[in-house]
Design a protein around this ligand. Structure first.
Ligand SMILES: NC(=O)c1ccc[n+]([C@@H]2O[C@H](COP(=O)([O-])OP(=O)(O)OC[C@H]3O[C@@H](n4cnc5c(N)ncnc54)[C@H](O)[C@@H]3O)[C@@H](O)[C@H]2O)c1
Length: 266
């Protein structure tokens, strides 16, 4: 096991990539703090990890709330006295909240919400986790960026900039936390088969399904959606000693989307 006894926080662990990562961390021997704003989902994931013989507890926290983040870290300090890994996974897309997602029509409040969760939440969790990571001898922070933060695409006017911000925050914190031995890296998934993406194709009328599929995987050299477990593999790598020479980096995990400028035949 690659992470035996490592105290690990996964934010947004209630479903999707966060859930897959929480399960993988536990399978690698980590003590998982599965955190989410959605209590029912987060509790269910933690319970099912325990049923499978792993170690997991659920802590409710909204990563955009400083009070919640401080309470999350204080609880980890009290119960475990240290933190080895912080996986900043929690994230939202403006289309979670509105169909009016283009840059010239997005409501101010939704911009603030997306940036507060994706970028400010990643910063706050990292800031308040840093002293706990130092106690563990450094540890690792693993941030969820996105190819939406590396290339432009429509309907991601707050999401794209927030994820570009995560890539840059990763570099800045890698510099500033290097003296305490904390490595900070991020990864940029392409379209991955989670509830965040499933809503685009699950509700599509049959006559539009092919078009929606083409939008989601038309640029994938590996012509399918990535699976959450495939992203979790990269998270585990960045959290473990296997990536001990890496900090400030961003790994693209996108089925080949950003490798070319083409489109598969539909
Ligand atoms: N699925 C993709 O195609 C894809 C691609 C690139 C990047 N990502 C990134 O990966 C991460 C996970 O995405 P996913 O597809 O699994 O999403 P998802 O919507 O399926 O799951 C997100 C989880 O985060 C939780 N969450 C939302 N707001 C929160 C908050 N304020 N505080 C705490 N938890 C909160 C949700 O309750 C949910 O459990 C996100 O940061 C996302 O931007 C996803």
């Amino acid at each position: 096991m690659r992470l035996e006894g490592k105290v690990t926080i996964v934010t947004g662990a209630g479903q999707g990539i966060g859930e897959a990562a929480a399960r993988r961390f536990a399978a690698e021997g980590a003590i998982v703090i599965a955190s989410d704003v959605n209590e029912a989902n987060g509790e269910a994931v933690a319970a099912s990890i325990r049923q499978a013989g792993g170690s997991a507890e659920f802590v409710r926290a909204d990563v955009s709330s400083a009070a919640d983040v401080k309470a999350l870290m204080a609880g980890v300090q009290e119960r475990h006295g240290r933190l080895d890994v912080l996986h900043n996974n929690a994230g939202v897309h403006e289309t979670n909240f509105t169909a009016q997602a283009r840059s010239f029509e997005l409501e101010d409040e939704i911009w603030d919400r997306v940036v507060s969760i994706n970028l400010k939440g990643t910063w706050m969790c990292s800031k308040y986790a840093a002293p706990l990571l130092a106690k563990a001898g450094g540890g690792a922070i693993v941030n969820a960026a996105s190819i939406g933060g590396l290339v432009g695409y429509p309907m991601g006017s707050a999401y794209g900039p927030s994820k570009a911000g995560v890539v840059q925050l990763t570099r800045v914190m890698a510099i500033e936390l290097a003296p305490q031995g904390t490595r900070v890296n991020c990864y940029a998934p392409g379209n991955t088969d989670t509830p965040m993406v499933q809503k685009y194709y699950s509700g599509a009328p049959p006559e539009q399904l092919k078009m929606v599929q083409q939008q989601l995987i038309g640029t994938h050299l590996i012509p399918r959606l990535a699976r959450p477990e495939e992203i979790a593999n990269v998270v585990i790598f960045l959290a473990s000693e296997e990536s001990s020479a890496m900090t400030g980096a961003c790994i693209v995990v996108d089925n080949g989307t950003t490798a070319w400028r083409g489109l598969n035949e539909g």
